[in-house]
Design a binder for this molecule. Structure first.
Ligand code: NA7
Length: 867
């Protein structure tokens, strides 16, 4: 039972909301022996399932999974009657849970919290309710749901309609009878798509106003799937464990089939299986790349469009119902029962608002740009101010009186989606920045509640009374949330995930898309590292271990995991031949890089024999001269060749619009220092002398390189300056080796685990140059005279042992008066920036590189060529 408040009106915790999250939070807080009060404006439990009573309302995650797992006995006592339960059954379930655990006694129904203020001297929240009560509590927990704040009908004249008005999100308890009526439904999201077939059964005439056609697949509802029930019967704990550590909160074997490379029959087979299964995570997992690759996404999208066209008899209506303005999955797809077929009924009509927008709601109907419609009832299925709406509306003010609304004016900012700086002891369950709506909510809710409960328990044990994230930790998490979104297609859509459905709402990707498993891992790490990134105070002492829990780009982390799983031997333990073979093998099967106008191979004379080169010409008018970039590949002076850096060279060419000439040079240990730099300088001289033949513009020459290739490029610039030619317009140095001093901190911080290791770097140096030569500026250009060198663009990656020497070179060049652009490859490793079309987050870095290359050449022509 709950501990009573020791002082009337003073509680340990106040929770807002008595839905899935509020009920479980109450249960856990009671277990901790805390005094708790829950408020809900509804007159019963249920949260979103209390309010969303429209006909056809169901969950869109199979109910066997959309259920609490914290109480094994409860699981045995409750049996869901359908694969996707109806709203009344889910509400009944929540009532059952509340009764079973006697939760109602701590819930004050029909009471809304109107404001909350943090009282700094008292270290308490002061809460007021619409019943005039003032309550104090140490912890204030928002269990307000992600889809609970209805969007106001932002349509001209909405208040004028004299007939019946309904909102799917606030459906009357007594229901609605549309028999014999002319009904309008505005909105074709989940609520519209679920309710339209049922409204059509009653209405005399139904007109659906669609602004955006939506993807929907048949739910194939019926009894809970037998295989799922069997899995639960034989191993419920294992099943729930798998759900907690899955990507979406429902156990699912992720596929590695790529849409772009799968055969037509495999594509069809996988799609049809998902279609038959009728589950969102299934149809979102037809191909591994459909969430990130437009071409793959379009394969699934087109197959769904085919289904729509075959379901809807009138071709014009069918076409209007086919979603074409967003990638599949980037707006929440729907599960339906006979939605598209409803448009075959003679009394149902679709109005495409893209063709005839609503001008106004009138007293007796709706006026579009082309027509006037008369209605007896209008149903608004227009959605929610999702994820942040209810939080911002709650009038919460933290330290210094700053309100959440003010703090989040440009978009929400949270640490783990759980807390926000400046608001001590204020928790959000499934807040923005957590997987929430992209996952099975019940699994995410249990994870959040458990995390908060454990946190409060730990604090209690240690005599700590307040907790709040640091600005650094929060900024790091916000960045990570955006980074995770940015490698997907999701931010391209005008979805409620982006806040795009509410006029004026900042456009920010709100949920965390890194996965329930990755998210849980991050939360667990934070807790186990003394609550990394949280500041905690209390009689037990003040403490703060500040830091960022995830700063690596998510796709870089995936590559590292993949590589680690291969269990390859460290390269420095291999023979030279095996190391070269391994490097060649890892290049096999990777994406080729962009198509170009022309790619040709040739040889040029070098100081000790011919040097092979590959020439990349961008598309566009052939024969037109362009600036020339001489590029040198990476590989520690030992590995690599024209093929190893081929996708990168294609990318540099496409992005810069310049002709790129990749030149091979002699490798160590067969030929040691200074052969590589002599070859490089000779190549630059040759390219300058033969610019016209190469399709270049005489006098417009830059050098570029990656890693050891950047080393020889930097040295070539110094040699050219000393030799008074050729004139070099710029040097692009991607993660360069510029010094042989391996004591800089990045060698320690990033010495192991990020592909290029400190040990491997040492192996490269040993192959390349005698210790006596390593201080020679031709080996360590940082030690040379840097005055009069060409402008530079230097890329330094966060997780690269070479990071600090790249930065040092940039600083030293600057000090010598050389214009420098230092591009920090945030969250990247030594290799990841170069992994074209594999590491998506590298693309913006390379876009910056392309811009830097163009800037080396002042000719307006190049700027124009590349948009
Ligand atoms: P949604 O999915 O946000 O759908 C709302 C629909 O209403 C959508 O089709 C909107 O078109 C449309 N809408 C919103 N405002 C207007 C105006 N002003 N004029 C015309 N049409 C409008 O909300 P739901 O309630 O259906 O579903 C919410 C979630 O609940 C769902 O994703 C599931 O997770 C469960 P738009 O696409 O914005 O052009």
């Amino acid at each position: 039972m709950n501990k009573p408040a020791s002082v009337p009106g003073h509680f340990d915790a106040v929770v807002v909301g008595a839905g899935f999250s509020g009920l479980y939070m109450l249960y856990r807080l009671r277990q901790l022996g805390l005094s708790v009060k829950v408020f809900d404006s509804a007159d019963d439990v249920g949260g979103t399932w209390y309010w969303n009573r429209y006909p056809g309302a169901r969950c869109d995650i199979p109910t066997t999974d959309y259920t609490y797992s914290f109480d094994p006995e409860l699981e045995k006592e409750w049996t869901w009657s359908e694969k996707y339960a109806t709203q009344p059954e889910i509400l009944e379930y929540l009532r059952f849970v509340a009764d079973r655990h006697g939760l109602r006694s701590d819930i004050e129904f029909s009471t809304a919290v109107t404001s909350a203020r943090w009282d700094e001297p008292e270290q308490r929240w002061r809460i007021t309710t619409d019943r005039g009560k003032e309550i104090r509590c140490r912890y204030y927990i928002m269990a307000t749901g992600c889809l609970s704040m209805p969007k106001s009908p932002d349509i001209e004249g909405a208040g004028r309609f004299a007939g019946q008005v309904y909102f799917t999100s606030r459906w009357p308890h007594e229901g609605a009878d549309f028999t014999g009526q002319r009904v309008a439904v505005i909105g074709t999201g989940s609520s519209g798509i679920q309710s339209i077939p049922l409204i059509a059964r009653q209405a005399r005439q139904l007109t659906v106003f669609q602004r955006t056609a939506n993807f929907s697949i048949p739910a194939h509802n019926g009894p809970a799937p037998a295989d799922r029930l069997e899995q639960l019967d034989v191993g419920r704990d294992a099943y729930r464990h798998a759900a907690r550590w899955s990507r979406g909160g429902v156990p699912l074997e992720p596929t590695d089939v790529l849409g772009v490379t799968a055969s037509e029959s495999v594509r069809r087979e996988r799609f049809e299986a998902a279609w038959e299964q009728g589950e969102l995570f299934g149809i979102l997992n037809v191909f591994a790349d459909q969430g990130v690759n437009p071409a793959s996404n379009d394969i699934v999208a087109e197959m769904i469009r085919e289904k729509i066209r075959s379901a809807v008899k009138d071709p014009e209506t069918a076409e209007a119902l086919c979603p074409k303005d967003h990638y599949f999955g980037t707006k929440r797809p729907c599960l339906d029962t006979g939605y598209f077929e409803t448009y075959n009924l003679p009394h149902v009509r679709l109005v495409d608002l893209r063709k005839q927008p609503i001008v106004s709601i009138t007293e007796d109907g709706i006026e579009t740009a082309d027509e006037s419609f008369g209605f007896d009832a209008i149903v608004y299925a227009t959605g929610f101010d999702a994820m942040t709406g209810a939080l911002v509306a709650a009038d919460v003010a933290g330290q210094d009186g700053l309100s959440l609304k003010e703090k989040w004016a440009a978009g929400p900012s949270t640490y783990l989606g759980l807390m926000t700086a400046g608001f001590p002891n204020f928790f959000m369950l499934t807040g923005p920045g957590s997987p929430s709506v992209l996952s099975n909510m019940t699994v995410s809710i249990e994870q959040h509640v458990d995390w908060v409960a454990r946190c409060l328990e730990d604090m209690c044990e240690e005599g700590l009374e307040t907790i709040e994230p640091t600005a650094l930790a929060e900024a790091g998490w916000d960045q990570h949330v955006q980074d995770c979104g940015a490698i997907t297609l999701y931010p391209t859509a005008n979805s409620w995930y982006m806040g795009a459905n509410v006029p004026g709402k900042p456009r920010v990707f709100l949920p965390y898309i890194g996965g329930v498993d990755a998210y849980r891992q991050a939360c667990d790490e934070v807790a186990s590292q003394d609550y990394l990134g949280f500041r905690m105070t209390g009689p037990g002492g003040d403490r703060c271990r500040d830091g960022v829990v995830r700063s690596m780009q998510p796709d870089v982390a995936m590559v590292l995991e993949f590589v680690a799983a291969l269990g390859l031997p460290p390269m420095e333990t291999l023979s030279d031949a095996d190391a070269r073979a391994l490097m060649a093998a890892t290049a096999e099967g990777r994406p080729p890089g962009p198509e170009l106008g022309e790619v040709t191979d040739g040889v040029i004379p070098g100081p000790a024999g011919d040097l092979p080169y590959r020439l990349y010409r961008p598309g566009g008018p052939s024969g037109r001269p362009r600036p020339l970039v001489v590029y040198f590949h990476g590989g520690g002076w030992v590995l690599g060749n024209l093929d190893s850096d081929d996708p990168l060279c294609r990318d540099l060419c496409a992005r810069s619009g310049a002709v790129v000439m990749s030149v091979n040079y002699r490798h160590a240990p067969e030929v040691r220092f200074p052969a590589a730099v002599l070859d490089a300088f000779a190549a630059v001289q040759w390219a300058d002398a033969n610019a016209t033949e190469l399709g270049g513009i005489p006098g417009q020459l830059a050098v570029a390189g990656w890693s050891a290739g950047a080393n020889v490029a930097a040295v070539a610039c110094q040699l050219a300056r000393d030799a008074a030619g050729p004139r070099i317009s710029g040097q692009l140095l991607i993660c360069p080796v510029v010094d042989s001093d391996m004591t800089r901190p990045s060698y320690e911080e990033n010495g192991d685990g990020y592909i290029l290791t400190t040990a491997l770097m040492r192996w490269f140096w040993d192959h390349y140059a005698d210790p006596a030569d390593r201080g020679d500026p031709r080996a360590a250009p940082l030690r040379g005279d840097l005055e009069g060198l060409p402008p530079a663009c230097i890329v330094a990656a966060d997780f690269d042992p070479l990071r600090d020497e790249g930065v040092a070179y940039a600083r030293a060049l600057e000090a010598a008066g050389v214009p420098v652009r230092l591009a920090r490859a945030r969250g990247h490793t030594h290799t990841s920036v170069t992994m074209v079309d594999v590491v998506i987050s590298g693309a913006p870095v390379r876009a910056g590189i392309g811009e830097a290359l163009r800037d080396f050449f002042p000719s307006a022509e190049l700027q124009e060529q590349v948009s």
